[in-house]
Write a protein that binds this ligand. Structure first.
Ligand SMILES: C[S@@+](CC[C@H](N)C(=O)[O-])C[C@H]1O[C@@H](n2cnc3c(N)ncnc32)[C@H](O)[C@@H]1O
Length: 308
């Protein structure tokens, strides 16, 4: 399994990433435009009366799109990271939402509770994504919809290698398989990408409808409820924690490689002829880009002056 496709690893990763998640991560990889396009794949026509659960809600970026469509008081946010959740809780537009620490693969709700299930950018960390989709099915009502938003395994071999080392980037067919196996019908989807990305199939927003009340037909015989963040690897305390630390460090390094790669792709998008309305860099992104440029200049100048 990938370095970060574990609950404990994701937990520790977000303990520090939450400090700059909204400034550096989302504005590059999961923009407002992508969010709006993704949410529009689901049906919000009876918004006033819909009860929604946002799973892996993090700092509330997707929830901020949801509360434009349904009253905030109808939305429940679930995440396993208290650090991420604390950031969402102080956002004024999310004040009336309810927040609950919980695990996407063992949702703390009764069957047939919600009208809509939304999960954006969280499946990458789930050790058993099919189980997460079975849970999505279980907690929504008959006729309700589940919307899953996530990255598609990249085609570029370098990005594919880094992505697959880092965490789960399901091939497109796997998303369809998760939905069909969970029992969803009327499956529909749209592709999403940030403007700097030339791959049209960078990410997917896929929605399905629950045809019958109750649990997923695929849930038979599966384990029942577990404790929060309980996916412990086998082995003794020292081995487990060394493995955890190694995975978080290596996984963070693989993840952080995507930031300079994406910034570079961002600034070179017009030169590469990538079509799409440009989404300007924010202050923090410019600082990182400046620092990377400075570092690169330093090494180039040093290499050149050494030769002489
Ligand atoms: C990339 S963030 C996405 C946050 C948010 N949905 C957004 O749109 O910005 C992924 C989130 O999934 C959460 N997460 C990962 N595994 C989880 C699990 N098994 N159960 C609940 N949340 C999980 C992480 O804590 C993190 O906040």
């Amino acid at each position: 399994m990938r370095l970060m496709q574990h609950k404990r690893e994701a937990f520790w990763f977000y303990r520090y990433l939450s400090n700059f998640y909204d400034k550096l991560v989302n504005p590059l990889f999961w923009t407002e435009r992508m969010r709006e396009k993704s949410l529009d794949v689901a049906d919000w026509s009876d918004g006033e009366n819909l009860r929604v659960v946002d799973v892996g809600s993090g700092t509330g970026f997707t929830t901020q799109g949801i509360v434009k469509r349904v009253p905030a008081g109808n939305v429940v946010c679930v995440d396993q990271s208290p650090q991420q959740m604390e950031r969402a809780m102080v956002k004024p537009d999310l004040e009336r939402c309810r927040f609950r620490l919980g695990d996407a693969e063992n949702l703390p709700f009764d069957d047939d509770t919600f009208d809509r299930y939304v999960s954006a950018g969280s499946i990458e960390y789930w050790p058993d994504p099919q189980r997460g989709l079975n849970e999505a099915y279980r907690v929504i009502k008959e006729g309700g919809q589940a919307l899953m938003i996530g990255p598609i395994e990249p085609v570029n071999p370098i990005s594919k290698f880094i992505a697959n080392t880092w965490m789960l980037f399901p091939p497109e067919n796997d998303y369809h398989m998760y939905f069909h196996q969970a029992g969803f019908t009327e499956v529909d989807w749209a592709y999403i990408r940030p403007h700097w990305q030339d791959n049209e199939r960078y990410g997917i927003a896929i929605v399905g409808t629950k045809p019958k009340p109750g649990k997923s037909p695929n849930a038979e015989g599966r384990r029942s409820r577990q404790e929060l963040v309980s996916a412990d690897p086998e082995g003794g305390w020292l081995g487990r924690n060394l493995l955890l630390t190694g995975r978080v460090l290596l996984g963070s390094a693989a993840g952080f490689l995507f930031i300079p790669m994406a910034l570079l792709a961002h600034v070179t998008a017009p030169l590469r002829g990538v079509e799409g309305e440009v989404e300007p860099l924010n202050k923090e992104q410019k600082i990182v880009l400046g620092a990377l440029g400075g570092l690169l200049t330093f090494f180039v100048v040093r290499a050149l002056t050494r030769k002489r």
